[in-house]
Design a protein around this ligand. Structure first.
Ligand code: GLN
Length: 331
């Protein structure tokens, strides 16, 4: 069957270990139908914290799904590149846990904040970041990754993200430069953590490694595989590589469930019911434990920084595939 609309082409062929045939086509049709169902959902603003994000086309809309058999099924603008931004945070946490033999779990809190992602706030009493899904936490986890200096850590982070995605990725240096220049709140958080004794590298080093991590270019297909790697015990289903241990993957997915959508995490859990991470670029990455990874891309954001169409799409996907963690009627 030929697809009349090339923008909703199935892209399973991108995967070297795709599952074949009818099942994929069927899933592609279902994804394409879900996209069509949310295309007219309005509202939201494209982020303009750095000029490169402001240039995004508000109409871009893509989704991808990665399954344990290594297949990746996509629809819409699933190969449109964007900077990963905060969707990198679960993976930074995973790499920090791996590189510190788990000690990173005590370096950051794991409780939701009820505040914005860039709130200038540390845990009372300990001076730790509240959790690894807000900026303070991600600045610290980026600093805990092996590498000696900021360049070394940025390289280790990039290699780690490549392992999660199962394909080459690169840093957009312009985005990283803008993040470094305009990320005043991140600089403030790094200095605050220095003053509390919780950050052990220079403030500029921490912001630089984090800014470069946020500037890694991905697309919905790559992000879906990354989410699947966490969902499937830390093993990349496309390459077969064990990227992090199953215990680390479980820790990370647990914190995604409680803190991944910032102060919208409660509503997200009720409506979608899947551990996820949002990002100012308009991406969402989902890890459905033991089942699959998924990602969407649509730039307009609600006031909490969640993609408006992405959230509507993922609510539909969760319903369509029965992904809600707390579906009490599941057999
Ligand atoms: N780079 C952005 C920042 O640090 C990422 C934030 C986000 O995606 N929520 O502000």
């Amino acid at each position: 069957m030929t697809d009349p609309d090339p923008s909703t082409r199935a892209s399973s062929a991108a995967s070297p270990r795709r599952a074949g045939g009818a099942r994929d086509d069927d899933l592609h049709e279902r994804l394409a139908a879900l996209l069509d169902g949310v295309r007219d959902v309005g509202g939201g603003e494209v982020d303009d914290s750095v000029p490169q994000l402001a240039e995004a086309d508000p109409g871009w809309l893509g989704v991808a799904l990665a399954r344990p058999d290594g297949s990746v099924t996509a629809a819409g603008d699933a190969r449109q590149a964007f900077s990963i931004q905060s969707a990198v945070k679960p993976f930074l946490f995973a790499l920090a846990l791996a590189d510190t033999d788990g000690a990173a779990i005590d370096a950051v809190g794991i409780e939701p904040t009820g505040e914005a992602f860039d709130a200038i706030k540390l845990e009372v009493g300990t001076g730790r970041p509240p959790n690894p899904m807000v900026n303070a936490g991600a600045l610290l986890t980026a600093a805990l990754v092996d590498g000696g200096d900021a360049d070394g850590r940025a390289e280790r982070i990039l290699r780690g993200l490549v392992a999660f995605a199962g394909r080459e990725l690169e840093v957009d240096d312009d985005v990283a430069g803008s993040e470094m220049l305009l990320g005043d709140r991140n600089h403030a958080l790094a200095h605050l953590m220095r003053s509390e004794g919780t950050l052990h590298v220079g403030a500029d080093d921490a912001v630089s490694a984090y800014a470069r991590a946020c500037a890694v270019l991905v697309d919905a297909e790559a992000l879906a595989v990354m989410g699947a790697t966490l969902a499937l015990g830390g093993r990349n289903s496309v390459t077969g590589e064990q990227v992090v241990s199953a215990a680390i993957a479980r820790d990370v997915v647990s914190v995604m469930a409680t803190c991944g959508v910032y102060d919208g995490s409660g509503r997200w859990m009720r409506e979608v019911g899947v551990p996820a991470k949002s990002s100012v670029s308009g991406a969402l990455v989902l890890s459905v434990p033991g089942r699959l990874g998924a990602a969407s891309y649509s730039p307009p954001l609600d006031p909490l920084g969640t993609s408006v169409r992405g959230a509507a799409l993922m609510e539909g996907l969760s319903r369509e595939l029965g992904l809600h963690s707390f579906d009490t009627e599941r057999g």
